[in-house]
Write a protein that binds this ligand. Structure first.
Ligand code: PLP
Length: 370
């Protein structure tokens, strides 16, 4: 049956059932370790509120966001027994606000530890936190020098109720990378050096880390991408269920003679008489300009090439081989689907599935099925 767009030019369907299936699959792999969820960046562009509610129903109780603002926005949508961790820690000067909103900081540096300790003193109670170590990414977490200082000052975390020691993997999707075990070793060494971390539960694995085996599981994992259908292991079949299904509508079609340029800059020219369909999705919707002359779409299951440059609001398809009955204005064509997964679109765009998802625009009609 022909599907037709509504007022929006494109439709993004988000399958919460698939997210729940993916969560259960990861939890199954983790055995006794807990499966948390990275829901930063609006749950990778899919809508953090419905996503956390679906995950909570699957008994997920540990939610990770990047910014305090994201945590505050989610707090009212989650029961009190769900923990919201702020991976960037409190913005400078906002520790009290973080606490007020019942969020838990990831402490990534000495200044963040000191500010949290000061707040605990002020409040005359113990305050919860995760502490992060840098084991090789040089991005977030305590450096070697900071770990040294902590070794010399056992009182550094007085008043802080350390919940987990945490670190993050650099190349977990590449199972053959020696970096994975180097980081694991470093993580274990660092935790061993600090008395306050000995015996403390730990958290290391992102999505891909879960597939590295039980040595990487510790007490709590923090998958994001795999929950949302992105393949967790490079070069292997994707065991996750697809979550995002994107369709754009045909606005109009036209026949062009041989030698006609299509789109800005005429970066594509027809070599023969061709039929072009204009579809209502563009780079303003996150359909990346790098997909110009590289992307594909599917119409009634048939692959068609994207020709010409991606515009802000439209793309153009060479539909010369498609039957006219499938090209009526309003018809929805598949842009992200089982035939053309997030990872496949990413490969054509020269990026990763993460960026495709987090770029999904605000103009889509979004529908959630559960
Ligand atoms: C984003 C993020 C995650 C989730 O990673 P995925 O690869 O999406 O599973 C976990 N931990 C940290 C620190 C992150 O920044």
């Amino acid at each position: 049956m022909r599907q037709v767009a509504g007022r929006a030019g494109a439709v993004l369907r988000i399958d919460l059932k698939a997210i729940r299936y993916n969560y259960r699959l990861l939890q199954g792999l983790l055995g006794k370790a807990k499966c948390g969820a990275a829901v930063k960046a609006d749950a990778y562009g899919l809508g953090a509120i419905p996503v956390v509610q679906a995950l909570y129903a699957e008994e997920c109780r540990d939610f990770f966001v990047a910014h305090l603002e994201e945590g505050i926005a989610l707090r009212q949508h989650l029961p009190a027994d769900a923990a919201i961790y702020i991976m960037h820690g409190a913005p400078v000067g906002y520790d009290a606000e973080l606490l007020e909103h019942n969020c838990i900081p990831v402490l990534n540096s000495l200044p963040q530890i000191l500010a949290w300790r000061d707040l605990a003193r002020q409040q005359q109670r113990r305050l919860p936190a995760i502490v992060q170590f840098d084991t090789g990414m040089a991005r977030m977490g305590l450096s070697d020098a900071e770990v040294g200082l902590w070794q010399d000052d056992a009182g550094l975390t007085d008043g802080i109720d350390l919940l987990y020691a945490m670190s993050h993997l650099v190349s977990a999707e590449d199972q053959s990378s020696p970096v994975n075990h180097q980081q694991l070793q470093r993580f274990n060494d660092l935790r061993e050096r600090i008395p306050a971390c000995q015996g403390l539960p730990a958290s290391l694995a992102n999505s891909s880390g879960i597939f590295l085996g039980s040595d990487f599981h510790f007490k709590l994992a923090r998958p994001g991408a795999a929950l949302y259908g992105v393949a967790p292991v490079a070069g292997q079949a994707n065991p996750m269920r697809a979550v995002a299904h994107l369709q754009g509508s045909i606005i109009q079609t036209r026949e062009i003679p041989a030698g006609t340029g299509v789109g800005y800059g005429a970066s594509w020219r027809s070599s023969q008489t061709s039929r072009i369909a204009t579809v209502a999705v563009g780079y303003a919707d996150g359909w990346m300009r790098s997909l110009s002359n590289r992307g594909i779409a599917h119409i009634a299951g048939q692959a068609v090439p994207m020709v010409g440059n991606v515009s802000m609001d439209t793309i153009t398809l060479d539909v010369s081989t498609v039957a006219a009955e499938h090209l009526l204005p309003g018809t929805l064509v598949d842009l992200i689907s089982a035939d053309n997964t997030v990872d496949q679109v990413a490969a054509r765009a020269g990026t990763i599935g993460y960026e495709i998802l987090t770029s999904l625009g605000a103009r889509y009609e979004r529908t959630y099925s559960d």
